[in-house]
Design a protein around this ligand. Structure first.
Ligand code: ADP
Ligand code: MG
Length: 253
């Protein structure tokens, strides 16, 4: 099966069963939301997928390949990228440099590389620069490309972090609360960008952890509602968020 799948994942930390037999499928061309109260285990699911934590039981599959227990850098090389809740950008670099450093190939990270293959390096750099400009344009930050990244608003920093993920060519993007701390206008921009990613490239899989139910309703195709480490409900967004039990138990309306 194409896409990302987690099967019967379980994890105990400090004697607490934090994740209990969670099974979920994240399909390409779709935005899937992971929702639920604080402490439900949403971020832990991302940590288990990305290799920051190893599950006690269960497995993670990507395009049918078992990727359980791989190191974070190996998971990234499979094409699975992550946006952290506290955006991680280099404030001392320009906006463009932030994206270029993200998408330069791994081989160029060797300190000897520039001495060994200077011509190849300059070609790689040119290519990375073109690619970076394309993605900055895509997220609407091209006009700011030469600004220090520290001068961007928080919403623009999130968009920059998304441009970094796109420039790396990740096929799966896991985003932990991409709208948290953003103004309604910035939230709309981030949402529109995510929607455009999956509508223009049906091969991309987006998974978002999101608290704002309005954002989830407008953006997500499919929802997993987690509570106390388990999937309590899942299905099409309108079905799950429209269900009386979900509204009464968790949303309070
Ligand atoms: N490294 C850890 N060690 C111990 N407990 C943890 C660790 N990480 C998370 N937890 C606990 O696991 C539960 C789920 O956390 P988390 O996945 O961050 O929830 P969510 O993202 O849904 O708010 C919480 O009770 C949290 O305190
Ligand atoms: Mg969290």
């Amino acid at each position: 099966m194409v896409g990302l799948k987690i099967k019967n994942l379980s994890k105990t930390l400090l004697g607490m069963e934090i994740i209990r037999k969670v099974t979920a499928t994240f399909l390409p061309g779709r935005i899937t939301a992971l929702v639920g109260p604080n402490g439900a285990g949403k971020t832990t699911i991302f940590n288990l997928i990305c290799g920051y934590l190893t599950p006690d039981n269960g497995a993670v599959f990507y395009d049918d390949e078992d990727i359980t227990g791989l190191q974070p850098y190996q998971v990234a090389r499979k094409g699975i990228g992550r946006l952290f809740q506290d955006v991680r950008i280099f404030e001392g670099m320009t906006v463009l440099e932030n994206v270029v450093t993200a998408c330069m190939p791994y081989a160029s990270e060797s300190p000897l590389f520039p001495f060994m293959r200077p011509l190849r390096l300059s070609r790689l750099y040119k290519h990375a620069r073109e690619r970076s400009c394309y993605w900055l344009e895509f997220v609407g930050l091209y006009a700011k490309k030469d600004y220090p990244a520290s001068e961007l608003s928080f919403g623009q920093q999130k968009l920059l972090a998304i441009a970094r993920l796109l420039s790396k060519g990740f096929r799966v993007m896991l985003l932990d609360e991409p709208a948290s701390g953003l103004s309604p206008i910035a939230t709309k921009k981030v949402m529109a960008t995510l929607e455009r990613i999956v509508s223009e490239d049906r091969d991309k899989t987006i998974v978002v952890v999101e608290h704002n139910m309005k954002v989830v309703t407008e953006m997500a195709d499919w929802v997993y509602f987690m509570n106390e480490g388990q999937v309590a409900f899942f299905g099409r967004t309108d079905h799950v968020l429209g269900a009386r039990e979900v509204r009464e138990m968790y949303l309070g309306f």
